[in-house]
Design a protein around this ligand. Structure first.
Ligand code: AMP
Ligand code: GLY
Length: 451
């Protein structure tokens, strides 16, 4: 089986490891150093990786299965082009990808199918936007750009003036390539966030895992927003109770009904970003839909699935071929069944996210760590003549620990970082990934013991 994985970050390295373990022959248009060790670089004749050229090259190489990691190629129609060439592909086509690529689209979708979400107002021009802001308390709403903005499209303003500046930036300065031409104002909610990752085969969906991610750069959720500094899976009982999990599954069900109603049958990933909102008495509200695997949730989630002996390749190939083989089975949250936990920590370069400095040699790669896996993200694809691998961007490596408890998984992850693990000069690492969840587990155990 020849599998092509599009994208070159930590998520794609985790996907590559799962495919490699299942015996796939791997091809990558844009690998990082970790991926390059598992397969071949798939060149296009012109060196251009735009959708048609890549689809052409994939067909020529006899690729059996394509997995598309990032959102941009999904939104621009790579999956459509691949399917036109007869390549079995996991990924929504351009139309269905609007669920992630346009928040106006996903807002209408949620409204039509009765999906729980924060109250939302769309502004189509600057004047309407300014009217909304005037006299409203900025701490009560968030501002979202309509289109893809590389994780920077959501702003939580502190003052009315700041809200105005954001709006002007987004709407009139054509920030993010036009992504902010339209904006949404959304009621600001508070609560725990949960990422649900499911595979969709065009009819049914299987939930792979529920996870939490940590977007802020610094401990205690301080500092700027990033693409993700850590994650863990599965979510704990203290984060979501059973009834909340049922409701999240109910939302997935409504989402599938909506896709069916709209005639969307592309195989792909459905990632629902939930908030268990205080304002909704803990009921899960949808913050966003994505049509791809979460990064870094996938590094934790897939590691957990593989540890549990799940053949991730079979699931992905099944979905891509239009049959997850789960007629009448309902949804299985496979990762939660194993009783194990995985926790992922990111190593980012100095200066990330504003001005990342790259080029540092990385130490400690190529060793086996006890119950820990290292995924490459921004590593330079070619080592130097001494075989050294260098950083090449912001988020460089992800270390995922595994254990019988979240605490043990956390310990294994952190043990594999630093002088006795992987490291590079000036790396930025959060020290508190999963700490709050573990504290809540301990507190609950104490309460049970004394009651
Ligand atoms: P999104 O891209 O819509 O998921 O937003 C990114 C992040 O912004 C989410 O993970 C939340 O942390 C935050 N966020 C988005 N929408 C809201 C909201 N309505 N209220 C509070 N926080 C939000
Ligand atoms: N971890 C958040 C995302 O992938 O969007």
């Amino acid at each position: 089986m020849k599998t092509m994985i599009v994208g070159g970050g930590g998520r794609e390295h985790a996907l590559a490891m799962a495919e490699y373990e299942a015996g796939s022959e791997l091809y990558f248009p844009t690998p990082n150093a970790g991926m390059a060790q598992l397969g071949e670089h798939l060149w296009t004749p012109t060196g251009v990786y735009l959708d048609s050229a890549l689809a052409e090259a994939a067909a020529k190489h006899g690729i059996d299965l394509a997995i598309i990691g990032p959102e941009a190629p999904l939104a621009s129609g790579l999956a459509d082009r691949l399917r036109e060439k007869g390549v079995s592909t996991l990924g929504f086509g351009a139309e269905a990808a609007q669920l992630e690529a346009s928040k106006v689209f996903s807002n209408e979708f949620m409204e039509q199918y009765g999906i729980n979400r924060p109250a939302t107002v769309v502004a189509n021009n600057l004047q309407d936007g300014m009217m909304f802001i005037k006299g409203r308390k900025p701490e009560n709403y968030v501002i979202k750009a309509d289109g893809l903005a590389g994780g920077k499209g959501v702003i939580l303003p502190h003052t009315e003036n700041q809200a105005r500046d954001v709006l002007i930036n987004m709407m009139s300065q054509n920030l993010f390539d036009g992504a902010g031409k339209r904006v949404l104002f959304q009621e600001r909610l508070h609560g725990q966030e949960v990422s649900m990752m499911a595979l969709f085969d065009g009819r049914n969906a299987e939930v792979l895992f529920l996870a939490q991610d940590f977007k802020r750069l610094k401990d205690k959720d301080k500092g700027p927003n990033t693409g993700g500094m850590g994650s863990y899976a599965p979510i704990t009982e203290q984060v979501a109770e059973q009834w909340q999990i049922y409701q999240m599954y109910g939302t997935l069900e409504k989402t599938l009904d909506g896709l069916k109603d709209r005639g969307i049958t592309d195989p792909g990933v459905i990632y629902i970003g939930f908030m268990l909102a205080d304002e909704f008495n803990g009921e899960p509200a949808v913050m966003e839909y994505n049509v791809r695997f979460g990064d870094p949730e996938t590094q934790a989630g897939l590691t957990l699935l593989q540890d549990a002996g799940v053949n991730v390749h079979e699931l992905i190939a099944g979905a891509a071929n239009g049959d997850l083989g789960m007629e009448g089975e309902g949804h299985i949250n496979t990762a939660a069944l194993s009783g194990r936990a995985a926790l992922t920590v990111c190593l980012a370069t100095p200066g990330y996210p504003e001005a990342p400095r790259s080029g540092q040699p990385i130490y400690g790669l190529g060793r086996d760590y006890e119950n820990a896996v290292v995924h490459h993200a921004a590593t330079k694809y070619q080592p130097d003549e001494d075989g050294r691998i260098f950083t090449s961007g912001g988020r460089v490596l992800y270390v995922t620990g595994l254990g019988d408890s979240l605490q043990e998984a956390r310990q294994k992850a952190y043990e594999a970082i630093g002088d006795d693990g992987v490291s590079f000069d000036g790396m930025q690492v959060r020290s508190d990934i999963g700490k709050k969840a573990i504290k809540a587990i301990k507190k609950a155990a104490k309460e049970t013991a004394t009651s």
